[in-house]
Design a protein around this ligand. Structure first.
Ligand SMILES: Nc1ncnc2c1ncn2[C@@H]1O[C@H](COP(=O)(O)OP(=O)(O)O)[C@@H](O)[C@H]1O
Ligand SMILES: [Mg+2]
Length: 263
């Protein structure tokens, strides 16, 4: 990958020979005040690839996800989705955000809207789909994540696992090019974790490009093409799940794995 001069985000930081890859982060830096939260991040995610991001709390995983759909700005470097640099604002940014589906730890469903309305909202507002088509697609997606019979209920009437599956359906409704999951099962009761992971496994099998921050090492082993290990704002290690779990190279990764695998 070509080296870049440090510039504000946007076109200016674009490498001369733009690398392929559905998501490209090139030499990305971000600070929160004195904290250098993302340090020289280079990460390319290919179409159809499933990348699991792991690392200790506070290492910058959520911030990394949030820069990919520009919920957070960056100080320098370059981020592109499908060859297009992240726009700064306005219509273009809204369009790009719609290409990047995001699922958070807290489901963020609208409490006063039904499940069906939660899923159709983005299509009606951003995609300007007509209501009948939006409803049909939403029902198909709710069926796909296994909650078709909950369509007319309100979020509070659903279990956490069901709500998170609705959140996944809502993200899919925008027909995203890539899905970001930030600890999607961390807020769930243990018995509901698998129903959400199974939906994610299915998406992975269907070829969805996915970035998944998770502590679910079983998911990482079975679904990931690549594990990215972050610590202190840096990507410390990248490897296949097999390599990473059986033979981590860095002391930081060894230490982290010993803590999460033996508790
Ligand atoms: N909006 C913010 N303002 C200031 N500091 C932040 C903000 N968001 C995150 N941080 C800090 O940045 C660091 C990385 O946070 P985060 O990306 O959430 O890490 P992770 O998801 O790996 O736990 C943490 O030290 C956190 O306190
Ligand atoms: Mg986080």
């Amino acid at each position: 990958m070509s080296k870049l001069s440090v510039t504000k985000d946007g076109d200016a930081g674009r490498p001369e020979s733009a690398p392929s890859g559905l998501v490209v982060m090139d030499n990305v830096n971000k600070h929160f005040g004195a904290l250098h939260v993302l340090q020289d991040i280079d990460l390319t995610i290919e179409r159809g690839e499933v990348v699991v991001v792991i690392g200790p709390s506070g290492s910058g995983k959520s911030t990394l996800c949030r820069t990919i759909n520009r919920l957070e700005t960056i100080d320098s470097g370059y981020i592109a989705i499908d060859g297009k640099p992240l726009p700064q604002e306005g219509k273009e940014l809204a369009k790009l955000r719609a290409d990047v589906g995001m699922v958070f730890q807290s489901f963020n469903l609208f409490a006063h809207k039904t499940v069906l309305e939660n899923v159709t909202l983005g299509q009606l507002k951003v995609r300007k789909t007509d209501k009948k088509a939006a409803d049909e697609q939403a029902r198909r997606l709710l069926d796909r994540v296994g909650v078709a019979n909950q369509a007319d209920k309100y979020p509070a009437q659903l279990s956490g696992g069901q709500q998170q599956r609705v959140a996944i359906a809502r993200a899919l409704a925008m027909d995203p090019k890539v899905m970001l999951f930030d600890e999607p099962t961390s807020a769930l009761d243990p018995e509901m974790i698998n129903e959400v992971l199974e939906v994610m496994q299915q998406l992975a099998r269907e070829g969805m490009t996915m970035v998944v921050v998770t502590h679910e090492m079983g998911f990482a082993r079975s679904a990931a093409n690549r594990v990215v290990f972050m610590a202190d704002g840096k990507i410390v290690e990248e490897a296949t799940p097999d390599q990473f779990f059986s033979n981590p190279r860095s002391e930081r990764a060894k230490d982290f794995l010993s803590k999460i695998l033996h508790h």
